[in-house]
Every structure is written in structure tokens, then in C-alpha cells.
Design a protein around this ligand. Sequence first.
Ligand SMILES: [Zn+2]
Ligand SMILES: [Zn+2]
Length: 508
Amino acid sequence: MQLVVLSSGMLSVLFRVPALFILLNLLTAPLRLAAQSSDAYLTRIPDPKRLGETYVSNPDGILAAATVAELNTTLRALDQSGRAHIDVVVAQSIGEAVPKTAATALFNRWKIGDPTKNNGLLMLLVMDQRRVEFETGYGLEADVPDVVCYRIQQRYMVPALRAGQPDEAVRQGVAALIRQLGTGSFEEEAASGVTLGLTEDTAEAGSTDAELYPEAPTSSPLLPVFGTLLIGLAALVLYSTLWYRTTQGHPHREALALVILLPFGLILLAFFSTGGLNGWLLLVVAYLLPGAYLWAYFRRVGRTLIQQYAGRSRHAQYTYLRQAHHGLGFAPYVFPLPLVWYWARHQQQLQALRETPYSCPSCSRPMRRLGEDEEDAFLQAGEQVEEKLRSVDHDVWHCDACQHTLKLNYPDPGTEAQPCPACHYRTLLDAGRQVVTHATYEAGGWGWDMTRCRHCGHEQKTRFTTPRLTRSSSGGSSFSSGSSSSSGGSWSSSSGGSSGGGGAGSSW
Ligand SMILES: [Zn+2]
Ligand SMILES: [Zn+2]
């Protein structure tokens, strides 16, 4: 401890002697000229560890000596606590090198951080390229995810850098990182619940590529990445279901898919351009818009019923309504506010259309609907098969006074049974596949898709073909192995900390 204090004291003395400082600068000038070549910066920028027990590399004297001393004290305490090892590098130039590449290279060359914890972080400022990069070790990626690196840069460093105050930028950036490491939040005030949720969720979602984030300041309230993705997925399912269920039989079905997916595309665009989403926007596009669409759809169904089915039978009205609402039974659960009442009324309407007793056409007395056991006597064999397959439900109304009967058929909109071309009952069902020739490496195969009528036994064949088999390079398995390169990133942690490629960069 004494030794540390001593060396720190010596250093501040060193930096406070201007003559010595200028002399050092002059001595390193030829080196700086040599730095024009591609990765000469690797040797030109000194490893802070070699400068004694320090954490700041300031080869061009851009930071004030006082700042360097203060940072060293702070970062040494952080290092000794075992939480993290942060090195700060402020360079005038790294030539033509890309700052992100340079940060990774310096990180791995200096092996920043504890070798077992991999808790290193490199903050690199390249003044002539106006760029700040954070490079994090594997061990810190959960505590300081890329999106947090980016936000710290945007909120605490970029404004000061734009104002020409690199000292302030580095001081603020380091302070924010230490807050993040200590409390899980880089905010200055006591971490609010929202912010905590955000950092936890972004950590869960894993590292997101910082290059995706634009340079715009992100001050709008953003939802956690993980939550946004979940909501986005749910919205996609909702949109596709709505399209599929509400456009059956529509002449421009495919075009409607585009219209309904347009807002979703916009959401994706907004998501990838800001690295998160405004919660209100997401609420509108993922929930309110589909809800409004569904409401409009039901209104249109109601109008169609009034305009086109007004003079038609109860049976026709019932069939239309049921078909139009098929597969949308989830709607009142997802959008209870407008639809619970609507759905209850819809069910009542269906019931009234189907179950209100008909009056007998010959004697005008009310007829009686027969139960399942009674009605079979009035149904033909094919109709009985339909009932058994549940493809069509038959109602038989009977006048007990004059024996008049009325038969009404109600096809199930969800049935898989097709009308049989021979007997015309809805009793044609899938009967499996018959392979005639198996596919080989030389030629494709073919066979029949079979359907069979469960009433008259009529069989129908549709020819299908299978593609020729392809040999994969790994042999045997028919699954092609594809390219298995998982984007570099060595996992070996040699003698010191290694970078996980994590971090983020910002320009100013
Ligand atoms: Zn009658
Ligand atoms: Zn048939």
C-alpha cells in the first residue's frame, strides 16, 4: 500500500514538472511520426501497466495531469476491489486503423483484467477520428452490456467531447461505468425501477451489436430489448392470424397481407434504427392498431349482413356470420374492452338465428327441433356420415301436428373434410401418401396423395414429386451441414483477460 502511494506521488510530481514533460514529448515525437503506418499505434501507445501501477495511457498529453492522477486513484481502487480493471487510452491518432479494431487489439495485447474473471474494460478515445470505443472482457459483458456502453458514451461522454473537453468526458464516462458496476445502473440518482429493469433485460438478451445503433442521442423512453422482441413476436402472430382469418375468399387477399404487415415493417425499422422502441409506439402498432382493425372488420360484417342478407333465410345469415367469425374466438380475450359485449351479442344472434322455432309452412304451428337420436330417422346415410365426421351438422325441424319436416345443414367452417365429387357429401378426407418411386441420388421420386370418401368409398389421387437427394459433404446425413463458422472470437483466455468482442463505439 505504501509503495502504491509512493509511486502515485512520484507520478504526480513527474507530471507537474513541465520541462520534463516537454522533454518526454520531444523524445517520443519520432515515434509518433512512425505511427502513420497501419498498426504502429500498437507499439506507440504505452501499456499503462508498464508506466507503473497506472490505468491511463495518455501518450499525446491530451488529458491534464491532474485528471490522469485522479483517474489512476479511482481506477486503482476499483481494480483492488476485484470488481473490474478499466484502462483508459486517449490517443491523438492511430493512423488509418479502425478504432474498434484498435481497441480489440490493445485489449488483447495488454491482456486487460483478471485472467480468471476476465473483468477488463478498455476505454479508447481517438481524437482525430472523433471516436470513443469501449471494449469489454467476457466477464463484464453481463454487467456492462453493449447497449449500456453505448448509452454511457452518448449521455456522459459525447456532449463533453463535442464541447472540446476530453478530461470531462473521460471523468464522466469512468464515473458512469463505476456506478453501473456498483449498482447495476449508470444513472446518477438512485436507480429507478425502470432503469434496473432495462439493464437486467438487456443483459439477458445478450450482447447486441453496437454498430446497429445510430449516433443519435437516445433520450426517449425505450423498452427493454428482450421485452420488445417478445411483444414484436406476439404482434407478428396477431397480424398474421388477423390477415388469415379476415380475408378468406377476398379477391385481393395477397395484397391485403402487405397492407396489414406494413405497420409491422415500420416497427422493425424503428427498432433497428434506435436499438429499442418507444413504448407508446409499440402499444399503438402491436395492440391498438390490430384492435381497431378487428373492430372495423366486425362492423363491415354487420353491414354486409344487413345489406346483402336482409331478404335471405335465417340459415343463410347464420352460415355467413359463423364463417365470418370463424377462428376469431380469441378476439374478446385479447381485446376485451370493445369486444366482450360485441361477442356476447354475436353469440346470442347466432343462437336466435338457429334455434328460434320455425313455424310450419303447411299448418303454421311452431315446429320442434329433433334431438340427435330422433333426427337420424330423417337423415340420409351420407348425412349421417357427415354428422359422425362433424363436417356438417344437420338440424331437423318436425311438425308434430302435420308431420312436415324441414332439414337444414350447417357445415363446420373449420372442417378438413371436402365435398366428395361422387356422392357430394362433405365426407372426403385425407387417406395418407403412397410412394411409388423413392427419390435417389440420381432421380427424384413421386407418388400419390390419397383422399377417400368415408361415405361412398370414392378415392382420389393427386400426384406429388420429391426432389432428388443431394450428397452433403459430411456424407450420410441428408441434412446439409452448412457453414459452421461462428464468427471468430477466440474463447481462450491465455494469461490475462481476453475481450469478448463486446463493447460499443460512438462518434462525436
Ligand atoms: Zn304442420
Ligand atoms: Zn362420396
